[in-house]
Design a protein around this ligand. Structure first.
Ligand SMILES: *[C@@H]1O[C@H](CO)[C@@H](O)[C@H](O)[C@H]1NC(C)=O
Length: 306
């Protein structure tokens, strides 16, 4: 009951924020590369206590750099729902077109993805080299997928339970792949082949099915690929997925290091590593718990690089 009231209050705040408050998007300083943000599951482009605040922080720290926070669809409700129900391939397609249309991004941009927005932006880098992405920063991204959904923020317990059950029992059926975003990066390490053949998004962008050199070439065009892992994450299972590592095939306890993983060579991460382009950052705290001070100290310098 108490939870329901909280959720209702939250919804009211979101609606009010949407109509009365638009985050600062900058754009007066053209010496600094624009920044594109992609929000996580259960979030939206511009809520003031979430991505809106980060937009304002970036504008302030880059002295007026342009920030574009991706909104899927025409309104906040569609934006929220697409995080669960619109297939990532369609979302990436839509975003690629939107970015290409935006003249302010034509000379290149930096990108920051929050949670699942991290692997979605990586798909943008791999599939859509124009406009050119320079530095990709993923915060708590699930580059090797997840196996477990212990909590769904912003969902009721009942719908969370329902989604978890669907994932554990039927993730790779055509219907669930088409209708539930989280199923497309569900990575069952025990039945690894089911994942390779059944995942309609992650297995493709990770070159699990066949080696798509277009993907590895485009990814290698990045100046830097920065992966931020939350050391005490209780949402992403396993946490190591945030640094592109995963369970060793056949079980769900031991982790294979990135260098020993198939994806390391399959996706050309080995080349990026040799060129010093891969950056692994760890932050203490739970999923997406970054402080303003940490953001300014660790990420802002990356955004200011020429
Ligand atoms: C978070 O995880 C790190 C690394 O595993 C550990 O050293 C630290 O004690 C943990 N912090 C908390 C608050 O649990």
């Amino acid at each position: 009951m108490c939870r329901l009231i909280l959720i209702l209050i939250l919804l009211v705040i979101i609606v009010i924020a949407y109509f009365w408050w638009k985050p600062e998007a900058g754009g007066t300083n053209t010496d600094v590369l624009p920044v594109v943000l992609w929000h996580g599951m259960g979030d939206t482009c511009c809520a003031p206590f979430s991505l809106g605040a980060i937009m304002s922080l970036i504008v302030e720290q880059t002295k007026g750099g342009f920030v574009r926070s991706i909104e899927i669809g025409d309104n906040i409700v569609m934006d929220f729902q697409s995080g669960f129900f619109l297939h990532p391939n369609e979302q990436v397609d839509y975003v690629c077109k939107e970015l290409l249309k935006d003249e302010r991004l034509a000379k290149g941009y930096n990108a920051i993805g929050f949670s699942q927005g991290g692997q979605f932006l990586r798909a943008v880098a791999q599939r859509c080299p124009q406009p050119p992405m320079r530095t990709l920063i993923t915060l708590g991204g699930q580059h090797q997928g997840v196996f477990g959904l212990p909590m769904c923020p912003t969902l009721t317990e009942k719908s969370c339970e329902y989604i978890s059950k669907l994932l554990t029992t039927a993730a790779y059926t055509t219907k669930v792949q088409e209708e539930l975003v989280q199923a497309t990066y569900w990575h069952d390490p025990i039945m690894e082949n089911r994942y390779r053949l059944g995942s309609t998004f992650l297995a493709d962008i990770n070159n699990e099915v066949y080696l798509n050199t277009y993907y590895s070439e485009n990814l290698n065009k990045l100046r830097k690929f920065v992966m931020v892992k939350f050391l005490n994450d209780t949402i992403v299972q396993p946490k190591e997925s945030q640094w592109f590592e995963y369970y060793t095939n056949g079980q769900d306890k031991l982790i294979t290091s990135l260098k020993d993983s198939r994806v390391y060579t399959n996706l050309g991460l080995d080349k990026m590593d040799k060129a010093g382009k891969l950056v692994f950052l760890g932050v203490e705290g739970d999923h997406l718990s970054i402080s303003k001070a940490w953001f300014i100290k660790n990420l802002v310098p990356l955004l200011l690089e020429k």
